[in-house]
Design a protein around this ligand. Structure first.
Ligand SMILES: NC(=O)c1ccc[n+]([C@@H]2O[C@H](COP(=O)([O-])OP(=O)(O)OC[C@H]3O[C@@H](n4cnc5c(N)ncnc54)[C@H](O)[C@@H]3O)[C@@H](O)[C@H]2O)c1
Length: 459
């Protein structure tokens, strides 16, 4: 907050808006404030808060703070230990004491001086935190998968669109050269028309871990540690007894809070599969489980370690010249060794495969280390970003869409959500891509949303 001459407080935003570009800057303003000594002027800075500081939050925060157009001023976490760490790291970065810590994200959101938030909370919290951020006028760097259910995703999309917010999804592979290059090859038809795409995700789960096969009982259920507000942490999900290896980091292995390897990775390789095909605004019409092995439902980790699903994208729906069959499967010797980790598009004239740090294709001409197609072949030029976090900050300033806007994240995660529902019901699903509804299976359609624990409600 700044203070005006009459002592009334105005926000930085109000100050910038009311003074406008023609502001008469006092002559004694130092060059640094104006950004003339190589520093970014405050008016050009995106003032941010970080929400969720476990595994991914610190990485995002670090990447955002490296960019001088970001000014991180607040942090929020329901675990005091994680919150203290966040405040310490942010203050150390700026060598000041300006970062304020919050236990409740709603208190951070009402701050008018904060332009944008980074959200890296577990999946069962994405919808509530993101919709609140959009309503409070914040731009959002939000983690994948967009949310825990398709219904929650729709709520986020609506909130972001209605409030005209800039959204970047944590699907950072889009800002990496090899994924971009692979997608340009496919999109420019250099492997002909794609008929099949194999999306290989991690298979299995750490089978030596007590959470794997372990049950929640008097030995594993303990009181939560004092630094963690477990009631807040579990939030809108079902209130299950506290088990250490069901919380930080490991929430993804229980369907109450996460979606297993499938949902953890759909926003990476599933997202890339869509990008290569130009399917950012469409989806599969049929989804069918081929195989799924579930642990007992009361196991601490009850998500599927072995899964294989087939999804059909109909040409008449997607506008692609033909139908495309997608296989989504856990990879590795204990799962499906025929599917490689990453994304492989198979077309009428060849194939392309890409993974983190890896690229291969059937045509030796495209194996260039430059990862750049000759200009004459680039009839379709895909959005180019070489730094995912900078892309977000630039778009906040320009008000142009990021490389992974909210609608893209929504469509990228839908095949994962439908796979999960097909795995849970054991049935083939028909999906109406436009209406975003499961057709002819009311029981399966029930799984498009989840009940919320009171008092939490998704507006
Ligand atoms: N883009 C990537 O490569 C990538 C990698 C890992 C995780 N992720 C995503 O990041 C998100 C977080 O995953 P993680 O592995 O960091 O989980 P984590 O459990 O390690 O961290 C989550 C943090 O959020 C806090 N938290 C929980 N509820 C909160 C609330 N209501 N308000 C404030 N803080 C809250 C927890 O206390 C914890 O500190 C997930 O959506 C995950 O899918 C993305």
């Amino acid at each position: 907050m700044k203070t005006t001459g009459d002592g009334a407080k105005v926000s930085r935003r109000q100050f910038l808006t009311s003074t406008g570009a023609a502001v008469a800057v006092p002559l004694i303003v130092p060059a640094s404030v104006l950004g003339r000594d190589g520093q970014t002027a405050p008016s050009e800075r995106v003032v941010m808060g970080a929400i969720g500081f476990g595994g991914q939050g610190p990485w995002n925060t670090d990447e955002l703070m490296k960019d001088r157009s970001c000014q991180m001023v607040a942090a929020c976490d329901v675990d005091k230990g994680h919150l203290n760490r966040a405040v310490k790291i942010i203050n150390a970065h700026y060598d000041n004491e300006d970062c304020k810590g919050y236990h409740d994200y709603r208190e951070l959101m009402v701050r008018k001086d904060i332009d944008a938030v980074m959200i890296a909370v577990p999946d069962h919290w994405h919808a509530l935190v993101a919709t609140e951020a959009a309503r409070q006028g914040k731009d959002i760097y939000g983690e994948k998968p967009l949310a825990r259910t398709i219904g929650e995703q729709q709520a986020i999309v609506r909130a972001v669109q209605q409030n005209k917010r800039i959204w970047q999804t944590g699907s950072w592979q889009r800002s990496n050269d090899n994924f971009w290059y692979a997608c340009e090859i496919v999109r420019n038809g250099l492997i002909g028309n794609v008929t099949k795409v194999e999306v290989g995700l991690p298979g299995g789960q750490n089978s030596g871990h007590p959470g794997f096969g372990g049950l929640a009982n008097e030995n594993t259920c303990t009181p939560p540690p004092p630094e963690l507000d477990y009631n807040f942490w579990i939030g809108p999900a079902e209130l299950m007894p506290y088990v250490k290896c069901r919380v930080h980091g490991n929430w993804r292995w229980n369907y109450n809070t996460g979606g297993g390897q499938l949902m953890d990775w759909i926003g990476h390789h599933g997202d890339i599969a869509h990008w290569g095909l130009g399917f950012d605004d469409t989806g599969p019409s049929e989804v069918e489980v081929e195989h799924a092995e579930f642990p007992p439902p009361h196991a601490i980790w009850n998500t599927c370690p072995k899964y294989r699903v087939s999804a059909k994208y109909l040409g008449r729906v997607t506008g692609y010249p033909n139908d495309v069959q997608m296989t989504l499967a856990g990879t590795g010797t204990e799962s499906y060794p025929d599917i490689k980790m990453g994304c492989k598009w198979i077309g009428s004239e060849g194939w392309v495969w890409v993974d983190r740090g890896n690229f291969d294709c059937s045509d030796p001409r495209w194996k260039s280390k430059k990862l750049q197609l000759p200009e004459e072949l680039r009839k379709v030029k895909l959005y180019r970003s070489t730094n995912h976090w900078r892309n977000f900050l630039e778009c906040v300033k320009s008000r142009k869409p990021t490389i992974t806007p909210v609608e893209t994240a929504h469509h990228s995660a839908i095949p994962g959500h439908l796979s999960l529902i097909s795995m849970m019901t054991g049935r083939k699903l028909q999906w109406d891509v436009k209406a975003e509804q499961i057709v002819g299976d009311p029981d399966a359609a029930q799984l498009l949303t989840r009940p919320y624990r009171a008092p939490w409600q998704l507006a």
